[in-house]
Design a protein around this ligand. Structure first.
Ligand code: ADP
Length: 681
C-alpha cells in the first residue's frame, strides 16, 4: 500500500468543490462517462495505427447502480491507466488563483470544471468516497486501485484486474441519495449521453410477458452512437430528418425546413437546424437548440453562439471549437464563435435562397409560417438582410406573393405620389378594412396584407431601407390623401357651413370625444363620410403594444378622423335639409352673436399692444362676459343642430355606414341601424 497526496496549491480542494459546485450536481455523470468515452476512443485510435495489437472486443461502457452498497460504477474497456499515469493525471491538479476564480463563477459549475480540468473531481460533489480500479492497455502493467475519501490523502494499491480498462466507483454521500434512483440516472443519461459515440449500457432490456414487464438478459443501450447530424447528407433521406426531429421534440408538428451543417475548415461544426412550424405567438420559444461537443450534450442555451434570430430555430449543433466552459460574455468576443455564428447565418440564408429558387411554389406555401424567422433575422442582422432581401416575400390582399423587387416594379408607376415618394399601401385585417382596400383597388392600387406578428415592426424597418418610400395603412386617410397625385380643388362649403355640419355629424357619433372632423374635396364617387386613423399615431400605439410597454403613445387614447366629403351629393342634401329645418332659428342666433363678436374684437384690438397687467380690469371683465354670452348662444346653436341630427335618419345612416365600414358599429347601435335601414327601405 502506498500513500500519497493530491498536489494542489490550495490547502484542500474538497470543501471548495462541495461548497461552490452546489448547482448542477448531476454533471458528475457526464464527466465520468465522457472520460470513459475518451479512453475508449483513444484505444480505438491506438488500434487503428497499429500500436495496440490485441482484440478490442466489446467496448460497451457500463453504468451500474448498487442500492445496498449505495454505489454507482462506470466501467470502460478503454486505455486504462498505470500507477504513474494515475499520479500524473489524477493526483496533480493545478489550482492557481483558484479561490478568486471560484468566487467569481460559483454559480457556474461548468466554467469551474472546464477551467481546472476538474472533470473527474466533480464526483466529490456527490460522493464521500471514490475508487478508480484501472489496468492500462500496455502489456505487462499491473492493475491499481486509487481511493480517496474526500480529503487530500489518497491511497494507491495494487489489485487484481484481468481486463484492461477502468472502473470508477462512487460511494454516494447522504445528501446525494437521489442518484440511487434508477429513474434519476436514466434521466441524466438521456440528457447528456443520448448521442455519445460509444455504446453505453444501463440495466437490461425489458419486455412484456404474461401481462408483466420483465427484464430480458440483453443489455439496454441508452444511446445512439451515430446520430444523423454526424452522417453525410447523401446517406440520409427526408424521413431521417423528420424522424430525428420527432425524437428531439415529440410534441411538435413537422418542421418547415431543415438545414444540415457540415464544416471542417476553419473550424469544425456539424448539426441540423430546423425551422419549426409555429401556430401562434405563445409557442415561440427560444433555446430549443441543443449544443453538443463531440456528441456530449453541453447546454440548450445557445445565446451568444448563434445570432439572436436563430435561437428561435430547433435542432442540434455540435462543435469542439466552441469554448463551452467560459462565461457568456467571453463567448461573444471569441473569434471562433464569431466565425461560427456568421457561417450559420450564411448557411441558413443560402438554404432558403435555394428553396426559393428551385421551388418557389413550395416556398410561397410555407412563407406565412416562415416569415416570422426571416423578418426577425432581417431586422436584427444586417448581413442576413442583404441576403434575404432577394427572397423575402410580400403578400398582397389577394394572396399573391412578390419579392421586394417585383413588388416595387408592380406599384412604381401607379403609386408614386406628387412628392416622388413610392407609397406602399397595406392592410392588417382583410375583413375589417375591406371598404378601404376596395376603395384603393378601385383606383388601381395594390394593397399588401401585413397581418403577421412582426409585420408592423418589419415595415418600420423596411422604411429605413427602401429609398423614398413610405408604408401607409389603407384606412389611415382617404385614398386621395394617402397617395397624393395633384392638388385637390377648392372646397364647396363655406367655413360657416362647415361649422354647422361639424356639430351635426359629431353629435351622431358615439364617443364623439375621440373624433376630429375633417372636410375633404373628394370625388362624388368616393364615400360621403369616412373614419380614418392617422398612420403615425396608430403605428406608435401598435408598436408599444407589441413591445409590451405603455410609453407615452401607448397611453394615448384612440383618436380618429371623421372625414366628410364636401363634394358628395349626400352631404349637399344634408346641408339643404339642415337649412330647411334649422335655418331661421340658427340665423337668428347668429345675428345675436355677430355684434357680440364685433365688440369683443374691438376691445381686443384696443388692448393688443399692452402687456397682460396693463389691460384695464374693466376691459378684461367685459371680454370674459362677452365670451360667456357668445358661448351660451353657441351652445344654443349646437343644441338646435343636435336636435336636427337626432331626428335626421339620413345623418344617422351616413355615420353608421362609416362606423360599419370600420367595424366600429356594434351592439345596440348596430341594432338601431338595422331597424332604421329596414324602415328606409
Ligand atoms: P479531463 O478529462 O478534462 O482531462 P479529468 O479530471 O476528467 O480531466 O481527467 C483527467 C485525466 O485522467 C484524463 O485526461 C485522463 O488522462 C485520465 N482519465 C480519467 N478517466 C479515465 C478513464 N476512464 N480511463 C483512462 N483515463 C482516464
Amino acid at each position: 500500500m502506498q500513500k500519497s497526496q493530491i498536489n494542489v496549491t490550495t490547502e484542500n480542494i474538497f470543501p471548495v468543490i462541495k461548497k461552490f459546485l452546489y448547482s448542477d450536481h448531476e454533471i458528475f455523470l457526464r464527466e465520468l462517462i465522457s472520460n470513459a468515452v475518451d479512453a475508449t476512443l483513444k484505444l480505438k485510435t491506438l488500434a487503428a495505427v497499429g500500436d495496440f495489437k490485441e482484440e478490442l472486443g466489446d467496448l460497451t461502457i457500463r453504468v451500474k447502480l448498487d442500492k445496498k452498497k449505495k454505489t454507482l460504477t462506470v466501467s470502460d474497456r478503454g486505455v486504462g491507466m498505470t500507477a504513474e499515469e494515475i499520479d500524473k493525471f489524477i493526483n496533480q491538479i493545478a489550482l492557481s488563483g483558484a479561490e478568486e476564480f471560484l468566487e467569481k463563477y460559483k454559480k457556474d459549475a461548468n466554467a469551474i470544471i472546464g477551467h481546472f480540468g476538474l472533470g473527474f473531481y466533480s464526483t466529490f460533489m456527490v460522493s464521500k468516497k471514490v475508487e478508480i480500479i484501472t489496468k492500462s492497455w500496455r502489456p505487462d502493467t499491473k492493475a491499481v486501485k486509487w481511493s480517496c475519501e474526500g480529503n487530500p490523502e489518497v491511497v494507491l494499491d495494487e489489485v487484481d484486474k484481468k481486463d484492461r480498462g477502468t472502473d470508477v466507483v462512487l460511494y454516494f454521500d447522504d445528501e446525494s441519495k437521489e442518484f440511487l434512483e434508477e429513474s434519476r440516472i436514466e434521466e441524466i443519461l438521456n440528457k447528456y449521453c443520448r448521442y455519445l459515440p460509444v455504446e453505453i449500457a444501463f440495466g437490461k432490456e425489458k419486455e412484456w410477458k404474461d401481462g408483466k414487464m420483465i427484464e430480458t438478459g440483453k443489455d439496454r443501450i441508452i444511446n445512439n452512437t451515430r446520430p444523423i447530424w454526424i452522417r453525410k447528407p447523401s446517406e440520409l433521406k427526408h424521413e431521417d430528418y423528420i424522424n430525428f426531429y420527432k425524437e428531439l421534440y415529440p410534441t411538435q408538428e413537422d418542421p418547415l425546413f431543415y438545414i444540415h451543417l457540415n464544416v471542417d475548415y476553419p473550424f469544425t461544426l456539424t448539426g441540423i437546424l430546423y425551422f419549426p412550424k409555429i401556430k401562434n405567438q405563445f409557442e415561440i420559444q427560444k433555446n430549443k437548440i441543443q449544443l453538443y461537443c463531440n456528441q456530449v450534450f453541453v447546454t440548450d442555451s445557445v445565446e451568444g453562439i448563434v445570432p439572436e434570430f436563430l435561437t428561435l430555430l430547433h435542432g442540434v449543433l455540435d462543435s469542439p471549437d466552441i469554448p463551452l466552459n467560459v462565461s457568456r460574455s467571453y463567448l461573444q468576443s471569441d473569434s471562433n464563435v464569431k466565425k461560427i455564428s456568421s457561417h450559420i447565418t450564411r448557411k441558413v440564408a443560402d438554404r432558403l435562397q435555394d428553396i426559393f429558387k428551385n421551388d418557389r411554389k413550395e416556398f410561397e406555401k410555407k412563407w406565412d409560417d416562415l416569415k416570422l424567422f426571416i423578418e426577425y433575422g432581417m431586422m436584427t442582422e444586417d448581413k442576413f438582410y442583404e441576403k434575404a432581401g432577394k427572397f423575402a416575400l410580400l403578400k398582397n390582399t389577394e394572396g399573391k406573393y412578390f419579392t421586394f423587387e417585383e413588388y416595387k416594379n408592380l406599384i412604381r408607376e401607379n403609386q408614386t405620389d406628387k412628392h416622388k415618394n413610392l407609397i406602399y399601401l397595406y392592410a392588417t385585417d382583410k375583413e375589417e378594412q375591406y371598404t378601404f382596400i376596395d376603395a384603393a383597388r378601385s383606383k388601381g392600387y395594390d394593397v399588401l396584407l401585413m397581418d403577421g406578428q412582426l409585420d408592423v415592426h418589419f415595415l418600420n424597418h423596411l422604411e429605413t431601407k427602401f429609398k423614398d418610400s413610405r408604408f401607409v395603412r389603407v384606412d389611415s386617410d382617404v385614398i386621395d390623401k394617402l397617395i397624393e397625385k395633384e392638388d385637390l380643388g377648392e372646397s364647396k362649403l363655406t367655413e360657416e357651413e362647415k361649422e354647422d355640419l361639424r356639430e351635426v355629424f359629431l353629435s351622431a357619433i358615439p364617443e364623439r370625444d375621440k373624433f376630429m372632423v375633417v372636410f375633404e374635396n373628394l370625388s362624388e364617387t368616393d364615400s360621403p363620410v369616412m373614419i380614418t386613423q392617422s398612420e403615425f399615431m396608430r403605428r406608435m400605439k401598435d408598436m408599444s403594444a407589441l413591445g409590451g410597454e405603455t410609453g407615452i403613445y401607448g397611453n394615448l387614447p384612440d383618436s380618429f378622423n371623421l372625414v366628410i366629403n364636401a363634394n358628395h351629393p349626400l352631404v349637399k342634401k344634408v346641408m339643404e335639409e339642415k337649412e330647411k329645418k334649422t335655418g331661421t332659428r340658427i340665423s337668428k342666433i347668429k345675428e345675436k352673436i355677430e355684434p357680440l363678436k364685433k365688440t369683443r374684437e374691438e376691445l381686443e384690438k384696443a388692448n393688443k399692444d399692452k402687456k397682460e397687467e396693463e389691460i384695464p380690469q374693466a376691459d378684461k371683465d367685459r371680454i370674459s362676459e362677452l365670451e360667456k354670452k357668445i358661448g351660451e348662444y353657441d351652445e344654443k346653436r349646437k343644441t338646435i343642430l343636435r336636435d336636427y341630427a337626432a331626428k335626421s335618419k339620413r345623418v344617422r345612416q351616413m355615420i353608421d355606414l362609416a362606423l360599419l365600414a370600420n367595424n366600429m358599429l356594434r351592439g345596440e347601435k348596430l341594432n338601431a341601424f338595422v331597424k332604421r335601414s329596414i324602415e328606409l327601405l
